[in-house]
Design a protein around this ligand. Structure first.
Ligand SMILES: Cc1cc2nc3c(=O)[nH]c(=O)nc-3n(C[C@H](O)[C@H](O)[C@H](O)COP(=O)(O)O)c2cc1C
Length: 422
């Protein structure tokens, strides 16, 4: 989504300006065309050379250069930009932006451009909470600026408080949210499930699976970047919550079911990429089971015991039955007005007979798409960065996609969903 997008980055004279070097590097690596503009005071903290080295482009600093070229540049830069990001946005520059002051290259470009404005304020907590700064932020927010809230943490002064510039991943996520506003999923609500569930045996042990959540998180992030409102229902995973996504944490299949049914109420699309356990221990021991202990268990001669499993609900199966029922009601003259149809997409992680099993699941669950992958391959499935998938359509056609990064698989899936929605 950043490929060939024109990102203007305005740097102010705040102590966190060094962190902007990493952001510029990440934007450039993602394929964006990055033009950096620095305030005079920003140059006290970081040299323009650091930014031009990362952006591979000149850095703009001086509105008053004798050639007069900067006068044209500040208009041209603004006209071409897809977004203007100001970071760290100092209290001083926020005040200027709120009141239309244009006395340096950065503030002049900000006044001249029609590109959306993203602001990442960072400063000492007393400056941030000062009524003047808060009033200026309110004016800018009201005018449509996207404000990335500063974080609470240790500040340059050594004190702990609000005012820290978030990590570049957060800043990058916010830029993607703004750039994606007119994307092909704008105005759509999507629900994605990710990760495996953990079915408790006792308070400290569980039955789980190897799902890393990477595919689901890639799907949620890609949908966000295309403008969707995203709810991500996530089992326990070692991944950061994507910025701008409503992450709802669950542990068990039963919790996953409730969270899905709650989230799909107003949704256009559900992608079940989470690995929901088919079974859970039938009884959960209230206390930690002790080695050799016999509480509520039939222990055999070697001290082993059998764990009885109960069936978990089949979430996609229940949704298929519910949709069949509502379609039947809609066929009755005078029946309920049809609600928004939920596009349902399932995943089948298989280790054998991948294609046969996938076809069976597609039909049984009445899915719009089924994504099948062979998780026995080293380049596909759980934990891997890449995936090899087959996409089955409701009309029984099948696409055999090459091995590609999970982000690429996510893009391919949303391309098909956009087609289904249209
Ligand atoms: C060491 C030092 C650190 C500073 N850090 C910040 C900061 O993090 N945030 C801020 O709003 N101002 C900070 N200031 C104050 C700004 O540099 C000052 O208001 C300056 O006029 C901002 O100019 P600019 O907004 O044009 O970049 C700092 C000043 C100094 C000397």
């Amino acid at each position: 989504m950043l490929l060939n997008r024109r990102v203007l980055v305005g740097i102010c004279g705040g102590i966190a300006s060094y962190k902007a070097v990493e952001l510029v590097s990440r934007l450039q690596q993602a394929g964006a065309l990055v033009d950096v503009i620095m305030s005079e005071r920003a140059e006290e903290f970081v040299r323009p050379l650091a930014f031009s080295t990362m952006s591979h482009r000149p850095v703009y600093t001086d509105l008053w250069e004798p050639s007069g070229r900067a006068a044209e540049t500040h208009i041209a830069l603004g006209e071409d930009a897809d977004v203007l990001v100001v970071l760290p946005a100092t209290a001083n520059t926020l005040a200027k932006l709120a009141h239309g002051i244009a006395d340096n290259m950065l503030t002049a470009v900000a006044l001249a451009t029609k590109a959306p404005l993203v602001l990442a304020p960072a400063m000492h907590h007393t400056m941030y909470t000062h009524p003047a700064t808060q009033a200026n932020l309110a004016i800018l927010r009201e005018r449509g600026a996207f404000i990335i809230e500063p974080e609470v943490g240790q500040l340059a002064s050594g004190e702990v408080g609000i005012g820290r510039l978030p990590d570049s991943s957060v800043l990058l996520g916010a830029i993607q949210v703004v750039l994606g506003r007119n994307g092909d999923l704008a105005g759509r609500r999507v629900v994605v499930t990710a990760g495996g569930t953990q079915e408790p045996i006792d308070p400290v042990r569980f039955v789980g699976n190897r799902s890393s959540g990477k595919m689901g998180y890639a799907l949620a992030t890609e949908a966000r970047d295309r403008g969707a409102d995203v709810i991500l229902i996530s089992g326990p995973v070692a991944l950061d919550a994507p910025y701008g996504v409503d992450v709802r944490r669950v542990e068990t299949a039963l919790q996953m079911r409730d969270a899905v049914f709650d989230a799909v109420e107003e949704a256009d699309v559900l992608v079940m990429s989470g690995a929901v356990a088919d079974y859970r221990p039938a009884e959960v021991a209230p206390q930690k089971l002790k080695k050799g202990g016999k509480e509520a268990r039939e222990v055999d001669a070697e001290g082993g015991f059998a764990l009885r499993l109960a069936r978990n609900p089949d979430i996609l199966g229940e949704l298929a039955a519910a949709s069949q029922q509502s379609e039947a009601v809609e066929r009755i003259p005078g029946g309920n007005r049809p609600r928004r149809r939920l596009v349902r997409i399932g995943f089948a992680a298989e280790t054998s007979d991948v294609l046969t099993n996938a076809r069976g699941k597609l039909a049984a669950k009445r899915l719009d798409l089924l994504i099948a992958n062979d998780v026995s391959r080293s380049d596909s499935g759980f934990g891997s960065e890449t995936n090899k998938v087959y996409i089955f359509h409701a009309d029984e056609t099948m696409e055999d996609l090459p091995v590609m990064p999970k982000t690429g698989v996510a893009a391919a899936i949303w391309d098909r969903v956009v087609h289904l929605l249209s």
